[in-house]
Design a protein around this ligand. Structure first.
Ligand code: SF4
Ligand code: SF4
Length: 334
């Protein structure tokens, strides 16, 4: 694990300048939909700033436009549903069923504990019946660290949920993929670290969870904390925001750039606005066409194409995706 102590820093190089050429879009293959901000948890690192108190969610109108988009564009291979807790937000099941009827892979980004909330006990069976790929947060394999980040009792509930999913065939049946997500602790001092090696950590997770709870899963994705949302507030509060950006910039790895998740995805918010990724969505940095226009799902339908964006919008937090082995919703990039 690479570590660094806080030092005095000069200005941060703009991410755009750091690249040899503008970051361009490839043909779109992934549609990531953020269904809204309501969640049964309120984790300390949440870049969405989700919580049970939030009310924002997809409307029936935008949901219908998204369903039309899914049917209209065979080039969309993956529909990736996130939130908040996507399972508790309007549009979850209609979007799943539209995408699966077209044979697309559907990913649901789950916090696992939602299965134990009133009215959501059918979700594990539903996911298995529709062959959804579950990507579940478990920021550590040790109880203490998980409960500190996500709330008391979350680790215990997550383990019970994983055992439930295993009983349904998740983690062993090739149609029922179950992946876990590791997030490092948010820095509290100037001693920053990059995420540990994904392969080594996956091995440690697998051994620990199997030995202690009989739990199995497919892949571990290691994700760097980007300074967006609650992570940014926390770092600012501790006067660590700029030092953390410097740390990320100092580990910039140009080999990650070709694999960044924003290259071939569209990220859609609950209002139907289009972004290059979920982080840009939370930072309110919309995607733009060659002509500098912002986009909505309705405009994409009207234009009859998904490939209207030439250059991806970037900001200093993009250094989080390009540090070390890189980071994305699918884990390390190289
Ligand atoms: S990190 Fe995930 S589970 Fe935690 S509050 Fe945010 S959306 Fe909910
Ligand atoms: S935050 Fe990451 S995924 Fe988003 S635009 Fe920047 S580099 Fe791309």
């Amino acid at each position: 694990m690479i570590q660094s102590k806080v030092i005095e820093h000069s200005a941060i190089t703009s991410f755009r300048k750091k690249l040899d050429s503008p970051l361009t879009k490839k043909p779109i293959t992934v549609l990531q939909i953020n269904l809204g901000k309501r969640c049964n948890l309120a984790c300390t690192h949440c870049h969405v700033e989700a919580s049970p108190k939030r009310t924002e969610e997809l409307s029936p109108e935008v949901c219908n436009q998204l369903i039309e988009l899914i049917h209209k564009f065979p080039q969309i291979q993956v529909v990736d549903l996130t939130g908040g807790a996507p399972e508790m937000l309007y549009g979850f099941k209609p979007l799943v069923e539209a995408a699966r009827s077209e044979g697309k892979q559907v990913i649901v980004r789950s916090n696992l504990t939602i299965y134990f909330e009133e009215g959501f006990g059918d979700i594990p069976d539903y996911c298995a019946r529709h062959h959804l790929r579950i990507v579940a947060s478990l920021p550590c394999y040790l109880e203490d660290n998980v409960d500190k980040m996500r709330g008391a009792g979350v680790y215990d509930a997550s383990i019970h949920a994983l055992q439930w999913l295993n009983r349904l065939g998740y983690g062993t049946d090739s149609n029922l993929m179950l992946d876990l997500v590791y997030n490092p602790q948010i820095p509290n001092s100037g001693k920053f670290s990059l995420t540990p090696n994904q392969v080594g950590l996956e091995h440690d997770y697998k051994v620990f969870l199997q030995d202690h709870f009989g739990v199995c899963f497919n892949n571990l994705f290691t994700i760097t904390n980007l300074p967006v949302g609650r992570t940014k507030f926390h770092l600012e509060h501790k006067k660590l925001y700029k030092p953390y950006l410097h740390f990320l910039e100092s580990h910039f790895n140009s080999g990650t750039v070709d694999h960044l998740m924003c290259r071939d995805e569209l990220s859609i918010d609950y209002l139907g606005h289009v972004y290059d990724c979920d982080f840009n969505q939370m930072a309110n940095l919309p995607a733009k066409t060659r002509e500098g226009e912002t986009l909505t799902v309705a405009k994409l339908l009207e234009a009859g194409t998904l490939d209207l964006i030439q250059e991806i919008q970037t900001a200093s937090y993009c250094y989080g995706c390009t540090a070390g082995c890189g980071s994305s919703c699918g884990g390390a990039l190289i």
